[in-house]
Design a protein around this ligand. Structure first.
Ligand code: NI
Length: 179
């Protein structure tokens, strides 16, 4: 396994629409493990393949420490099939060091995709898990959370070191958004 280099700021790959995975081949599994390792090394809770320079539709998420109802997951070709409600919550991004903002997201989503073993999965997610899924799937479409900021929401932002993609025990409450 290896820690991969995280692409930041104006890296063109962050603005590309990532390609569908047509075939889950043997190379994909070590790459996904590298994505997890890279995410953990950066103390993140979510990572999309374009963030490590690979323009393919793969995301990894691990919020299990705070939300054991959502075991860590890697999703291939994830698609949101339903979005419900709206919730304002704080986010950051491993690709945008030092930037945080209040982002409006759907409060609940239904997502479908493929697991690394090739099995199809569909599940509902709420609050932080819904937020991270939306954030990571946006990465697959070249969208960064800063594209979604509304000036009127930003006054709610408190100062602090954590963010949506950055995890931290001491700041666990603010990872939840405003549920
Ligand atoms: Ni991000």
């Amino acid at each position: 396994m290896a820690v991969l280099e995280i692409q930041t700021n104006d890296a063109p790959v962050l603005r590309q629409k990532a390609a569908l995975i047509q075939e889950i081949d043997a190379d994909l599994h070590p790459f996904i493990e590298d994505m997890f390792e890279t995410m953990y090394e950066a103390q993140g809770i979510g990572l999309a393949a374009p963030q490590v320079g690979v323009s393919k539709r793969i995301i990894v998420i691990d919020i299990e420490k705070h939300h054991p109802e959502y075991p860590r997951i890697a999703l291939i070709n994830p698609v949101l099939t339903l979005t419900v409600g709206e919730e304002l919550g704080e986010e950051g991004c491993l690709s945008l060091p030092g930037v945080r903002g209040m982002v409006r997201r759907s409060a609940m989503v239904k997502v479908e995709g493929l697991l690394p073993n090739g099995n199809k999965i569909e599940f509902d997610a709420a609050h932080l898990m819904a937020r991270v899924l939306q954030h990571e799937i946006d990465h697959l479409n070249g969208i960064l959370f800063t594209d979604l900021l509304r000036p009127e929401d930003q006054e709610l932002l408190e100062t602090g070191p954590e963010s949506c993609e950055k995890s931290g025990d001491e700041n666990e409450d603010s990872l939840h958004g405003n549920k």
